[in-house]
Design a protein around this ligand. Structure first.
Ligand code: ATP
Length: 280
């Protein structure tokens, strides 16, 4: 007697649910054949990158390689000439910076975006309110105010500025201003954070402290930094993306990148290990 396969909708649903739960989640951030031309010159030339959720990635490369341009393309400041940018599997290329921000990607504001005449607390609250969408409705603003205050207090604690709660931003030290900038950047709860040279201009001890702070406040988030300081790169990154002439020529763990011959060649003979040791 031949057996007859009976289609059972319940089985089918269970199989689909199992398949969905075992499906790999999308990359937090993905660049597919990304391109950018300025005039006739192609500066970003088919960049590929796939960052897993929760990874901390440092983007390194020689001067003029296209690191800042990549950040501008990812955050929506520049529109790509070709290719795609995906945030958690959704296309964001061509979208406006504020739309991308609302989809969960936040780029560090420069210090010039801190309100110098507002206190630490007020700066953080402004950042939180902006991300909550207070611009659209006064009533929504009022209902969000309580939450925003609580969130601003929490952020202040996290970035270690609670003792400076009422200090005007203009009166903070440089390192404190950068901490505030990071607080504002993470304030909206974005899951993907872009930081542009977060420790630039800091002393060695400030840098060491700041690396720990960045690790703490980005716990569980996906982090991309553009970085020149190899001490910071090796102290912070799970993976390094090496950009040379607008392409990602290597994307791997710090150890693997350090040993990568192509990367060493791109740095004109000086190995990444040398740079880490401060030999330029
Ligand atoms: N808006 C623009 N118009 C024209 N050319 C640009 C523009 N922005 C960047 N470029 C050019 O693109 C190239 C890459 O610049 P980019 O700033 O992205 O490099 P980078 O890797 O960040 O460099 P650095 O490490 O020196 O900051 C450079 O040759 C730069 O002159």
């Amino acid at each position: 007697m031949s057996s007859v396969a009976i289609h059972n909708p319940a089985d089918h649903a269970a199989r689909s649910a199992r398949a969905a739960s075992s499906a790999k989640p999308p990359y937090a951030l993905e660049l597919r054949d990304l391109r950018k031309k300025f005039g006739k010159t192609e500066i970003i030339r088919g960049a590929q990158l796939a960052v897993e959720p929760g990874e901390r990635v440092a983007i390194i490369g020689p001067n003029g390689a296209g690191k800042s341009t990549l950040f501008n393309l990812i955050s929506g400041r520049f529109e790509p000439s070709g290719g795609q940018v995906l945030l958690h599997g959704q296309r964001i290329d061509g979208k406006k910076p504020f739309e991308i921000n609302r989809m969960g990607l936040s780029r560090s504001f420069q210090i010039t975006n801190i309100f110098p005449k507002l206190s630490v607390f007020e700066n953080l609250r402004c950042g939180v309110l902006w991300s909550l969408g207070y611009r659209y409705s006064f009533w929504r603003f009022l209902s969000n105010l309580h939450d925003a205050n609580a969130r601003a207090e929490e952020l202040m604690e996290m970035i270690g500025l609670h003792r400076k709660r009422d200090t005007l931003a203009v009166n903070l030290t440089y390192a404190e201003q950068r901490a505030l900038e990071i607080g504002i950047t993470i304030g909206g709860g974005a899951s993907v954070i872009l930081l542009d040279e977060p420790t630039a201009g800091m002393s060695n001890s400030e840098t060491a402290h700041f690396i720990q702070l960045i690790k703490k406040v980005t716990e569980g988030k996906t982090l991309l930094t553009v970085e020149h300081d190899m001490g910071v790169v090796f102290g912070l990154a799970d993976k390094i993306a090496v950009v040379v002439y607008g392409e990602v020529i290597a994307f791997d763990t710090p150890e693997a990148v350090r040993a990568n011959a192509r990367v060493q060649e791109a740095y004109l003979g000086s190995s990444v290990a040398d740079q880490q040791a401060g030999v330029h």
